[in-house]
Ligand binder design. Structure first.
Ligand SMILES: Cc1ncc(COP(=O)(O)O)c(C=O)c1O
Length: 435
């Protein structure tokens, strides 16, 4: 059990006194503290076991799993598993050693960049070891104190962290609101005129929590009136959106207006790594300027060879994306027909929104996992407002229509119970007896 020592926080700030840093950081378990009798890896850091896919084990039991961004089902594709295994055996995980710029380059790294550039219809691509670090570092490399950043209010944490590094001005616009963006562009233009700097606009292709697409069309329309460069983080759109799967830029017909297109390999590609695509000049500049690449070891060869295989399958096997959308449509239409609120999604990300508090969210999630054998992520305050519970369903190409039916039926039962006040009960016995 955690022992809370609030005394440190209650001291008057008018009489500050040095504290031990770690004492100051002592953890407060928050509103979920009453569930601390449950194993530490139940709500946070849960362990899903078995081969990645719709059917895995959680807490020793089989679960139907809707929690992974394995959109195309590539994680456990036999050809992918074979290539990953053979590449690891052939090269080991160390090769190539050193940063790309020093000793960590290879023909495979260059070939993957060439193929990604071709697929994204951009002149060049630079590989990144991780998406998060890559985005932070790209933003850092692109702007100096004279420049202005204008970014969407619901941007991913990696964008926010990149913006935090910026020494100049930044303006945030209301999520996906083009009037608000235009107002901020006016302010940014005025400022950049004074400083002699430029403007960087940052948004996402698909917002990972709501599933809503960024209004890329709306953003690029403003290019005729304002001088800015556009950076799009399409972590959830790559492989899932657009005719060929090239992403949200392709989907909205504006890929040529996206100056820097970014995606991670952590979602549709079911691996690790990332890339940024753009014109030859800007990618060359980034190769010499992105600190998280210059001062870090290059992406291991098996990940590069594995990414080449995944990209080949993504390009030559459109049935994977077709299957994904068959499941997405069945799930989203089924939920809507049953009266569920799935927010504003226009992508595979499927939020299911309920009214209720954190305690009810925990009870519902446990009931879903323990008694219906369904696992999906539950999102609570502060990611969503205090009285909102969000279950986040990620359909994939390897789910079936039966999986969808089973889930719809379970959600209907959950809703009836929630409406009747069942999950309000403090005693969790009826829900947790199986644990
Ligand atoms: C929108 C977005 N950008 C960037 C990242 C970070 O990518 P990575 O996992 O490769 O660090 C994520 C999450 O993985 C994401 O959802």
């Amino acid at each position: 059990m955690y022992k809370h020592d609030f005394s440190l926080f209650l001291r008057p700030i008018t009489n500050p006194e040095m504290v031990d840093l770690f004492d100051k950081l002592k953890m407060e378990a928050g509103p979920l503290a009453k569930y601390s009798h449950l194993p530490d890896d139940y709500f946070f850091f849960p362990k899903l076991e078995g081969d990645i896919g719709p059917h895995m084990k959680f807490n020793g039991k089989d679960v139907l799993n809707w929690s992974l961004n394995n959109y195309l089902g590539l994680a456990n594709h036999p050809e992918v598993r074979k290539t990953d295994g053979e590449a690891a055996a052939q090269y080991g995980m160390g090769l190539p050693m050193g940063a790309r710029m020093m000793s960590g380059n290879s023909v495979n790294h260059l070939e993957l960049e060439r193929q990604l550039a071709e697929f994204e219809k951009k002149e060049d691509v630079m590989l990144l070891n991780f998406g998060y670090q890559g985005v932070v570092s790209i933003i850092d490399a692109l702007v100096d104190r004279k420049d202005v950043i204008v970014y969407d209010a619901e941007s991913h944490a990696c964008i926010i962290d990149g913006v935090r590094l910026h020494m100049g001005k930044r303006f945030v616009y209301t999520h996906n609101d083009m009037d608000s963006l235009e107002k901020q562009l006016q302010r940014a233009t005025k400022l950049a005129d004074e400083t002699g700097g430029g403007i960087l606009v940052i948004t996402e292709g698909v917002f990972g929590m709501s599933g809503k697409q960024g209004d890329l069309k709306g953003v690029v329309a403003l290019k005729s009136k304002y001088n800015f460069r556009l950076f799009v983080d399409d972590a959830h759109g790559f492989g899932t959106m657009g005719k060929t799967g090239a992403g949200t830029g392709e989907e909205q017909g504006v890929q040529d207006q996206v100056d820097l297109y970014f995606s991670t390999f952590a979602k549709s590609m079911a691996s690790i790594g990332a890339f940024v695509a753009g014109s030859k000049n800007i990618i060359k500049y980034l190769r010499y300027s992105v600190r998280s690449q210059i001062y870090a070891k290059s992406l291991p060869m098996p990940l590069v060879v594995g990414a080449l295989k995944r990209l080949e399958l993504l390009k030559t096997n459109p049935s994977m994306k077709d299957n994904l959308w068959k499941i997405v449509n069945a799930m989203q239409n089924g939920l809507k027909e049953r009266g569920f609120n799935i927010g504003t999604t226009t992508s595979p990300v499927t939020p299911v929104l309920f009214k209720g508090g954190v305690g009810e969210a925990a009870n519902m999630a446990m009931d879903l996992r323990e008694n219906y054998g369904i696992f999906c992520s539950v999102v609570i305050y502060p990611v969503v407002p205090k009285d909102v519970i969000m279950f986040r369903i990620i359909p994939t190409a390897v789910h079936t229509l039966e999986d969808v039916e089973r889930t719809l039926s379970a959600f209907s039962k959950l809703k009836t119970k929630l409406d009747s006040g069942f999950y309000k009960e403090e005693a969790l016995v009826s829900v947790t007896k199986a644990i």
